[in-house]
Design a protein around this ligand. Structure first.
Ligand code: HEC
Ligand code: HEC
Length: 446
């Protein structure tokens, strides 16, 4: 008998490449990421808790240009990891022109009481949001209008791709693709994108918001106080709408006085993403701020709130004063202190963690490892049998075959990898004719 390792199956769907290999036998941790104890808001619905399998499928979908009708645009074209999943451009380019609003950063989307998404909150949940860009004529082009193919054509397109049959099977236990399943997977991935390694978090881990943090400068602590306190107490009132420690938007917030849109006045914008990672830790921009990206710097943002420029029918009453509009009369130093505090809300890992990066290589190819050859073992058990084991992917089904000549293979059994991904089967040691064993994997059919 021999230990045979070389013939285990690796599913390589395209030309083999170093980048663009996703090892499903060791999934990244999305489900059990550490979340600080002081973070309590969570909009995850009961039926869609993050799993490593689901977020892995979501990651592939998020970066796959085949989700656009002409294979040129993915979610990541407009939501770029290097910009905290926002876009440095004022408007983003889709398959048929440019977007009507600025692309929002996707950071800590999970940690809010607000469950509605988009600047104007037209999506009733993150799940509902995620397939809208695909069905948008401008963005990804499966709109079913204006000569575009409908979403059903995308389902047919994805169903023909072997990797997706494996990945949907992994998440759902069968390979069927539906719009609801695409929504579940994409929103698991988006919810997994979290940023809690900021200077603010280091301080907040040991100290309540209303105390000075020992790791912040005097200016940053002063800015924190101004951000948190309401105007009657000498503060700037920011936390009334952007609530610490998540810095998520108050669901009751109305318009903040930024009314310019790309196609005329736009009073509908009442949502902001979390104020974390507005800029990078070095202060460099992640793109313009507000729905129209009209503010390039934090100073411009604070100057806006310092003196709200004009009233409108949807302006939040918190920004009005008896007989007029909010004018905080902040000094230049106070304004720069608030900016200094906002910069403490930026983390590092969101820009660099590979689990949120593209799984594809430069040629847009992706290979899935479902059975690494190097981990096959053959262990005599001492009772005339031996155990053949391999590292596989939990819940996937594999074939174990034997051969005497490496040419003709006979099926010994089929078996499903256990919860830890292991495949084990005992075979007799004394049958000299059966010298070679291999595991193999066939993607499920629909
Ligand atoms: C062509 C650019 C473009 C593409 C492609 C795109 N988006 Fe967006 N995304 C935007 C813009 C612009 C907005 C804000 C639109 C608005 O509010 O009207 C946005 C908003 C969002 C939001 C709302 C965030 C919040 O805090 O409310 C989420 C989530 C999101 N996109 C996820 C995705 C996903 C998932 C995909 C891929 C299926 C995707 N986007 C594809 C440009 C794009
Ligand atoms: C009455 C509620 C309200 C108050 C008070 C408020 N904001 Fe906002 N904020 C919003 C809304 C709504 C938006 C999104 C508006 C838009 O894009 O048109 C927003 C957007 C922002 C943005 C842009 C976010 C992004 O991702 O582009 C920043 C930065 C910001 N606010 C900072 C502040 C600061 C600093 C203060 C205090 C000086 C403050 N806000 C006070 C409601 C408020």
């Amino acid at each position: 008998m021999k230990t045979f390792t070389a013939l285990s199956a690796i599913l390589i769907s395209h030309a083999c490449a170093q980048n663009g290999v996703l090892d499903l036998t060791t999934l990244a941790n999305y489900a059990n990421q550490p979340v600080p104890a002081y973070i309590t808001k969570d909009n995850t619905p009961n039926n869609n808790a993050i799993t490593d399998e689901g977020a892995t499928l979501g990651r592939v979908l998020f970066y796959d240009k085949r989700l656009s009708r002409n294979n040129t645009i993915s979610c990541s074209s407009c939501h770029q990891q290097e910009n905290a999943f926002g876009d440095a451009a004022t408007v983003s380019t889709g398959v048929a022109g440019t977007t009507g609003r600025h692309s929002m950063r996707l950071v800590n989307s999970r940690f809010s009481t607000e469950v509605r998404f988009f600047w104007d909150e037209r999506a009733t949940s993150l799940e509902n949001q995620t397939t809208r860009p695909i069905q948008d004529h401008v963005e990804m082009g499966f709109s079913g209008t204006n000569g575009d193919p409908a979403f059903a054509a995308l389902v047919t397109k994805l169903s023909a791709i072997e990797e997706y049959r494996v990945l949907f099977y992994l998440m759902f236990g069968d390979a069927m693709i539906t719009e609801a399943r695409v929504q579940l997977a994409l929103s698991q991935f988006v919810r997994s994108i979290q940023s809690f390694d900021s200077k603010y978090d280091v301080g907040r881990a040991t100290t309540a918001d209303n105390q000075n943090f020992t790791n912040l400068t005097a200016a940053e602590n002063a800015g924190k106080t101004l951000f948190l306190n309401p105007p009657p107490q000498g503060g700037a009132g920011c936390a009334g709408c952007h609530r610490s420690p998540e810095f998520d938007i108050d669901p009751n917030s109305r318009n903040n006085g930024v009314t310019t849109g790309f196609s005329g006045t736009d009073l509908t914008n009442t949502r902001s993403p979390s104020l974390r990672d507005l800029v990078k830790t070095n202060g460099a921009t992640n793109g313009g701020m507000m729905h129209d990206a009209s503010f390039a710097t934090l100073d411009q943002v604070i100057a806006h709130y310092n003196a709200i420029p004009a009233d409108n029918t949807n302006l939040d009453p918190r920004l009005r004063r008896p007989g007029g509009l909010q004018n905080l009369n902040l000094t230049v130093t106070q304004q720069s202190n608030i900016a200094a505090f906002l910069r403490t809300l930026s983390g590092n890992s969101i820009y660099t963690d590979p689990k949120w990066s593209s799984p594809f290589n430069a040629q847009n190819e992706l290979s899935l490892i479902v059975l690494p050859a190097s981990s096959m073992t053959f262990q005599p058990l001492g009772n005339g049998t031996a155990e053949v084991t391999n590292r596989g992917v939990a819940a996937l089904s594999y074939k174990l075959e034997s051969s005497t000549d490496l040419t003709n293979w006979t099926q010994v059994t089929t078996l499903t990898a256990d919860q830890t991904g292991f495949l084990r089967h005992a075979v007799p040691m004394n049958i000299q004719s059966k010298c070679f064993y291999r595991f193999s994997y066939t993607p499920p059919s629909l």
